[in-house]
Write a protein that binds this ligand. Sequence first.
Ligand SMILES: Nc1ncnc2c1ncn2[C@@H]1O[C@H](COP(=O)(O)OP(=O)(O)OP(=O)(O)O)[C@@H](O)[C@H]1O
Length: 381
Amino acid sequence: MLRIHNLIKSFAGEKSRGKKKDEAGHSAVFAVNDVSFEVKEGELFTLLGPSGCGKTTTLRSIAGLEKPDSGTIAVGDRVMFSSTGSGRSVNLPANQRGLGMVFQSYAIWPHMTVFDNVAFPLQVRPRGQRPAKKEISERVERVLATMQLSEQSGRQATKLSGGQQQRLALARALVIEPPLLLLDEPLSNLDAKLRESLRYELKRLQRELGITSVYVTHDQVEALALSTQIAVMERGAVVQLGKPREVYEQPANKFVAEFIGTSNFIPGTVASQQAGRHCVETSNGTLFLESAHHMPVGSEVVVSIRPEAVELSTVSRGEQAANEWTGEVVARAFLGDAVDHVVSVGQHEVRARVNPSVSIESGTPVYLQLDPSKISLVPVN
Ligand SMILES: Nc1ncnc2c1ncn2[C@@H]1O[C@H](COP(=O)(O)OP(=O)(O)OP(=O)(O)O)[C@@H](O)[C@H]1O
């Protein structure tokens, strides 16, 4: 449905940040540096990464609000942008791309009612493309019902709550039935509780309507909860592309492991390897784990252990227990649905997030049991 190929976008001028020179010899920031990906029909594809990694610039390029230096952007069989150095250049203006957009600062029209806000994008269509009045009404009512805003239809837009205004912004983007919906941090202005409930609503909508969407966020929890595919970006490049579970459980590198969730990183050396099952020697003891990254014997590696992969017990599983380390609790914090423990193990401190029924006092010697299916290898960069 959406194909991005070798997309490059630089901004000229910022001397202090510039890493490369452009043709005129000015320093340039490469906001998007050779990005390629494909979004399939019905997917919710997320661009995830820290501030400044190039997510918004990628999205704005798709929308037609930024002109890339080079690359190709196509939606279905329509080329929106193409400049490959040779051949014919294409750069469709934003208003001819027919894409739906919802941005962080969703501008709803305050002087209009909820109904009129949604009807407006259809009413301003050029004659010939404008639906009949009756059809406009039907489409608006249908979208308002989907967004659970029917009751507010006649209300002034400014009299809605934050969450309702956000749903209105979505309704307005959906009413044009775009082939692709672009969402830039659409939930970031809302409080935590509302954000969570709208996250589920978005997911429901995504499933029910099967809208193909590109979603930009720096919030890893949001990305994991919503996406069918995630592209993790760092400094203008996509560093990992995969399903939420793959990105979380098999991070491509330390940056991804650190950015998506919290992790304990323990260095080690691969002692043996067979069909993805690795045995790694660390200063804390031997670890057995399954990994998609096949690392040869003798490789220096970092083992990424999620805090929830660590079980704590004051009793050993016995001599034969694999992946059991000994340590001492140095701190703990009650988080409501879990208890975080910091355990000193040799020269490392390991974070363990356990069930609230397990709460072990500082100073207590403990056994750490590490679930081999929840620990992963990350290549040393
Ligand atoms: N109009 C501009 N002029 C100059 N530099 C820009 C411009 N827009 C973006 N940049 C730079 O390009 C890089 C990528 O910015 P972009 O906004 O795409 O990142 P982002 O990942 O979306 O960040 P955020 O989450 O903070 O919006 C940054 O270094 C930024 O400073």
